[in-house]
Design a binder for this molecule. Structure first.
Ligand SMILES: CC(C)(COP(=O)(O)OP(=O)(O)OC[C@H]1O[C@@H](n2cnc3c(N)ncnc32)[C@H](O)[C@@H]1OP(=O)(O)O)[C@@H](O)C(=O)NCCC(=O)NCCSC(=O)Cc1ccccc1
Length: 226
């Protein structure tokens, strides 16, 4: 049982894609790498253990290095540009951005996060290990902002109002705790031409710990010029 699987089990809502979509090998190895990050961050290993771990990591790097993709293409975007239909799943919105540093199952630095569509809203859940710590026992404020950027963007995507983040304002109401399921929620507010105003919340046991308001700008299209 891996730590990330334990984290997944600790989440309060059922994993939306567990029943019909088995984990792929690439997702599994990224989850294991996430666990490695957790072990490096939190274990007080002696030098002997660190040296042994370094040798194993170097061996893994040698295996992977010949397959490195660089430059433009799927390796430089977070969306599933290499997947038919862009991996779109309303019950698992993270599937369309598998390389995202925030929610991507093919990115070892992302924490376990789920997001799904609920009508015109996005709901989700996250669990942050001490890898993402800021103040004592709490999630780092920058990580919270990053998760909101992704969450609010998803609310835009499901309503067809995707755009670039223009401004993002976070209110930190209380410390957002580590190692506890964090409820995610986001919804689009008003739309003004190319400007989309969107907001969201993080809650723990129903209590808001952080909220966000964002202004997202849709790129100019031909119809905007006419
Ligand atoms: C595209 C734009 C945001 C706007 O440029 P243009 O198209 O040339 O805009 P234009 O000048 O024509 O103004 C139109 C109207 O909008 C207003 N307005 C404009 N800007 C701002 C502003 N900042 N703040 C407030 N308002 C602004 C402006 O006053 C005007 O208003 P008006 O009509 O007079 O009332 C450009 O500055 C840019 O690319 N910035 C970098 C964005 C970036 O890198 N973001 C982070 C990465 S994305 C991400 O992370 C999300 C994600 C997550 C997960 C997965 C995927 C995505």
């Amino acid at each position: 049982m891996t730590i990330f699987r334990e984290y997944s089990k600790a989440m309060s809502t059922p994993k939306k894609d567990e029943s019909d979509k088995p984990e792929t090998l690439v997702e599994a190895v990224n989850r294991e790498a996430g666990e490695l990050i957790h072990l490096l961050r939190c274990s007080d290993a002696p030098d002997e253990a660190l040296a042994e771990a370094t040798a194993h990591m170097q061996a893994a790097m040698e295996v992977l290095a010949p397959h490195l993709q660089q430059g433009e293409g799927w390796s430089t975007v977070s969306i599933a540009s290499d997947t038919p239909g862009l991996g779109w799943r309303e019950d698992d919105l993270t599937a369309c951005m598998p390389y995202s540093p925030i929610s991507g199952k093919r990115n070892p630095i992302s924490p376990p996060i789920r997001m799904w569509r609920d009508g015109d809203e996005v709901r989700g859940e996250a669990l942050f290990s001490p890898t993402y710590a800021g103040p004592p026992n709490s999630v780092h404020g920058g990580i919270i902002a990053a998760v909101f950027d992704e969450l609010l963007s998803m609310a835009n995507v499901i309503t067809g109002a995707a755009g670039f983040t223009g401004t993002l304002s976070i209110r930190y109401h209380k410390h957002t705790p580590l190692d506890r399921p964090i409820e995610l929620w986001a919804v689009c507010d008003n739309n003004d031409g190319r400007k989309q105003f969107t907001r969201g919340e993080m809650r723990v046991d129903g209590e808001v710990t952080a909220s966000a308001e964002g202004l997202f700008i849709r790129p100019r299209s031909k119809s905007d010029e006419s």
